[in-house]
Design a protein around this ligand. Sequence first.
Ligand SMILES: C[S@@+](CC[C@H](N)C(=O)[O-])C[C@H]1O[C@@H](n2cnc3c(N)ncnc32)[C@H](O)[C@@H]1O
Length: 348
Amino acid sequence: MQFASVVDLFCGVGGMAHGFVQEHFNVVAGIDVDESCRYPFERNNGAAFIRRDVARLPGRYLAGLYPPDDITILVGCAPCQPFSRYTVRTTEDDKWKLLRSFARLIKQVRPDIVSMENVPELLDHKVYVEFMQALESEGYFVSSNMVYCPDYGIPQTRERLVLLASRFGEMEIIKPTHRPEEYRTVQDVIRHLEPISAGQVSAQDPLHRARGLRETNMRRIMNTPPGGGWKDWPEELLLECHKKTTGQSYVSVYGRMEWGKPAPTMTTHCGGLGNGRFGHPEQHRAISLREAALFQTFPMNYEFIPPDIRVSNKDLSRHIGNAVPVRLGLIIAKSIKNHLRPHYATKA
Ligand SMILES: C[S@@+](CC[C@H](N)C(=O)[O-])C[C@H]1O[C@@H](n2cnc3c(N)ncnc32)[C@H](O)[C@@H]1O
């Protein structure tokens, strides 16, 4: 039996949606402006990818995507808009305007359940308080949940804000599934993979590809122990910014991961050594796209690359780094399922 129908706003390649698919929800569609997400979203989730700008999406159109008489769920991870170079003054309002579009659609469509995932910093913004108030004024019961991903079996030290709202009553996120001694670590997730070098693509797995390194960066990673970073290098390898006192704050850049700990938060630039603690614990390279996808808890058989079409590393890195970890989608889906169980019991 499939539980309730889901539409995923800002769906990307479908990290969040796939968690709902794994929990047997009926994912009907994902909406996103980035056409390059179509193949992975549709191929892995059996749902339509609709290329539309959420800011211009009419409520009536969204409402029409749900089958009649089903429980309706709207999920989404509204991205913050990068500040524009062409705008003289950009305010917090401009930055989070897609959250307002999300709130408008909720008011127009009145789905039974809403979930929104975002960065924890959003909790302190006026726009978030307004978002919650908009939902409460529509009669939703709203909860804001801070999620530390390792507590839920996600091998990343990512923290996220998960809003859950229901028209049926109070809804909370499920209890943590992993105690600290059970946290999934880098070694649990990637140690079994074939060793590759910087710039190499595995012959067996096209996603297991790591960026090339120039000679100086190769010397840098060779001088970085697991858990270490640029502070371990000899003077001649340091960058100018490291030598300034302000450089002291960038402790993670050029860092190496450790086998026995969860990975850091994946980002769209996680394939680059200089962008964070993205060095492989042992091999002299940054993590491969496959390793990033595994840290994002995508299953090995998730298809990112269409047959016969070349997808750039930049696109793949954006797709994977931007995703909500599949397992976080699954945890949200499980929380909604628990909440809906009494509803289905009375229907049966
Ligand atoms: C953080 S990613 C979402 C990841 C996705 N929810 C997942 O689970 O994998 C944000 C997405 O918002 C999309 N996006 C940005 N502005 C948009 C807009 N105005 N309308 C629709 N999608 C937009 C981006 O293309 C990107 O895929």
